[in-house]
Write a protein that binds this ligand. Structure first.
Ligand code: UD1
Ligand code: UDP
Length: 358
């Protein structure tokens, strides 16, 4: 019987691996979870295991934060020891973080099969650390689970053989469907915050190229204050720890913005569903807005999720104040929120686990 190692390390990986973990549980697969500890604060890590009632990781490397080289090196060496001991037949990684690149590399050097969940995404911007991680992970993987035909084509263009690629949809759809219902039964974040459906903007931002550059971060904060006043709507901003750190370091004002700690998934899904518009540089939020029928303005000049733009759910604005205001104006007046979700029917986790046996 195939033994599977599920490697994860950050908030989005916990969320997007959760449907695969559930499918492994349902099918009594011989698997274990290896957490690198890239994310470690309660609200970036444990909160998600609790919210989604996920089984405990068998290992946690506790690598914590560091430069790219330090973090990647710690993950590589930590994972290698465990893989040598556990001898899994296949390692699954998800997405584009340092955890993913290091996990895939450690496994492939040990001649263990690698499955990359969410393969083939490309922003074609190699200044993004995530783009480098994606390219490396895709090129050393044996099974590439591409969410859409577009991502499959990206892989084919790079010479990856078709027989390694499986178009499966994205596990984010499963995660949204599996958790939204639970969320609506158990939490009521809107009334807790004193806001009402479709009467607020929801913001997240954490990309290095945005928050580590003072002009970009301050320009977005100014734009948020501007749109809040112009439309008389509150701006709700659950803030990633990296962004908190940089706002403090640059001495920027958060006046006029409702800043919260990062929220648990059940609360956050509700906020996304009921927001008037989402403003974000997150990959996961672009997808979830599209799935939930909430329009999105992306605070980046490019996206590796072009499907969201093509169906009319998302518009790219970057960090320039005028462009953000134009993006918001376009999404505030756009009443057709009836696009088709391009990321599948919510059975991606099961499909991927089934494919491992074929
Ligand atoms: C990482 C990923 C990014 C992903 C994001 C998801 C890489 C290169 N980046 O970015 O692709 O979109 O996770 O959120 O892998 N920090 C805490 N507590 C935590 C984690 C981080 O306080 O639990 C703070 C630390 O100050 C740390 C900073 O956030 O230095 C950045 O953390 P890091 O994991 O390096 O990158 P992210 O920005 O989280
Ligand atoms: N998320 C959350 N609470 C928050 C902010 C985000 O649960 O306060 C979830 C969100 O629903 C999505 C994921 O975290 O599923 C996105 O993670 P992030 O933006 O950190 O990473 P990215 O998707 O950009 O890699």
């Amino acid at each position: 019987m195939t033994k599977v190692a599920i490697i994860l390390g950050t908030r989005p990986e916990i969320i997007k691996m959760s449907p695969i973990i559930r499918a492994c549980e349902e099918k009594s697969v011989d698997y274990f979870i290896l957490h690198t500890g890239q994310h470690y604060s309660y609200e970036m890590d444990r909160a998600f295991f609790n919210d989604m009632e996920l089984p405990e990781p068998k290992y946690n490397l506790d690598v914590g934060s560091g430069t790219h080289a330090v973090q990647t090196a710690k993950i590589l060496t930590g994972i290698e020891d465990i893989l040598i001991k556990e001898k899994p037949d296949v390692v699954l990684v998800q997405g584009d973080t340092n955890t993913v690149m290091a996990g895939a590399l450690a496994a492939s050097k040990l001649h263990i099969k690698v499955g990359h969940v969410e393969a083939g995404l490309r922003s074609y911007d190699r200044t993004m650390p995530e783009e480098i991680n994606r390219i490396i992970a895709d090129h050393i993987s044996d099974y590439l689970y591409a969410p859409t035909e577009t991502s499959r084509q990206n892989l084919l263009k790079e010479g990856i053989p078709d027989e390694k690629i499986f178009v499966t949809g994205n596990t984010v759809v499963d995660a949204v469907y599996q958790n939204l219902e639970i969320s609506e039964k158990h939490v009521n974040v809107l009334s807790d915050l004193g806001i009402t459906s479709k009467n607020y903007f929801l913001v997240t931002m954490h990309r290095a190229e945005n928050v580590d550059v003072k002009e970009h971060l301050s320009s977005v904060l100014e734009a948020l204050r501007f749109i809040s006043e112009k439309y008389s709507l509150p701006v709700i901003f659950p803030m990633h720890p990296r962004t908190v750190k940089m706002v403090k370091e640059f001495g920027l004002s958060l006046e006029g913005i409702t800043v919260l700690k990062p929220l648990g998934y059940l609360e956050f899904l509700q906020l996304e569903k009921h927001a008037r518009v989402i403003l974000t540089d997150s990959g996961g939020l672009q997808e979830e807005g599209c799935i939930l029928g909430t329009p999105c303005v992306t605070l980046r000049d490019n996206t590796e999720r072009p499907e969201t733009v093509d169906v009319g759910a998302n518009v790219l604005a970057g960090t320039d104040l005028i462009h953000i205001c134009q993006g918001i104006a376009c999404k505030m007046t756009d009443s057709k929120h009836t696009w088709l979700n391009p990321y599948g029917d919510g059975n991606t986790g099961k499909q991927i686990v089934d494919l491992l046996w074929k």
